[in-house]
Design a protein around this ligand. Structure first.
Ligand SMILES: [Ca+2]
Ligand SMILES: [Ca+2]
Ligand SMILES: [Ca+2]
Ligand SMILES: [Ca+2]
Length: 240
């Protein structure tokens, strides 16, 4: 085996540049084209930054940093490792997904996607732009926080925490599951709301959002909310 834990070396595409690390704490920096769309694919064992006429791949580097250009439409796809608990963190400036022995970070990509594995207890933290109005949309298998110049989405994470900023009038939309036999659970207090479903395996917390809309599709859904305790607007609560 070559490289880091759980990684095997592969034969590279001869038209691309591939760099191998022998493991340890090596780090790699990959730079995109500042005038064209680039795509970064970050995986635990190998990562590739590609665009118009180039493809640069690194294998078994402990840390990988990819640099895009704001406004280029650059896209980052970050993948977890199946079977371990990994963490995806995304801000308007960067997104990173990391776990045991791997770390992939994408800087200044307009869109970033993080992929977890159902059943792994992977966790996501999504941060808003403190100076702009942002929108969170959460569904049982995915959550997306977007604002001016950024669009970050987490797919198949067991836990998602999303953070707004009080003065920036952020909105959150929480969509339940329509499966009647799997009731969703809505809770809210002073500055937070949480929609979860232990049977389906998701929990979404939102904090410091000015306005939260929670959808209930089934009479079986459950809520635990004292409307008088809330410092924010909670829409749709009457449907629960
Ligand atoms: Ca670019
Ligand atoms: Ca995982
Ligand atoms: Ca904001
Ligand atoms: Ca439901």
């Amino acid at each position: 085996m070559l490289g880091g834990v759980g990684c095997t070396a592969t034969v590279a595409n001869t038209e691309s540049i591939t760099a191998h690390s022998g493991g340890g704490t090596d780090s790699a920096k990959l730079y995109g084209n500042p005038t064209a769309v680039d795509t970064f694919e970050g995986r635990p064992c190998s990562s590739t930054l590609s665009g118009n006429g180039f493809s640069n791949r690194v294998e078994s580097f402990r840390y990988v940093h990819a640099f895009g250009t704001e406004g280029n439409g650059d896209v980052a796809l970050l993948y977890d490792r199946a079977g371990t608990k990994d963490r995806f963190e995304a801000t308007p400036v960067y997104a990173r997904l990391y776990g045991d022995n791997f770390y992939n970070r994408a800087v200044q990509f307009d869109q970033a996607y993080g992929y977890g594995t159902p059943g792994d207890a992977d966790i996501t933290l999504l941060y808003d732009d403190p100076g702009g109005k942002d929108t969170l949309q959460a569904r049982p298998d995915r959550a997306k926080l977007a604002g001016a110049g950024f669009d970050n989405e987490a797919v198949s994470f067991r836990y998602v925490h999303a953070f707004g900023t009080p003065v920036s009038q952020d909105e959150a939309h929480l969509y339940d599951s329509a499966l009647d036999q799997y009731p969703d659970y809505l809770e809210a207090d002073a500055n937070w709301a949480r929609l979860s479903n232990d049977l389906l395996g998701y929990a979404y917390w939102v904090r410091e959002f000015e306005e939260v809309t929670a959808n209930s599709s089934n009479p079986s859904d459950i809520k635990n909310v004292d409307p008088d305790a809330l410092d924010f607007i909670l829409n749709g609560e009457e449907g629960w």
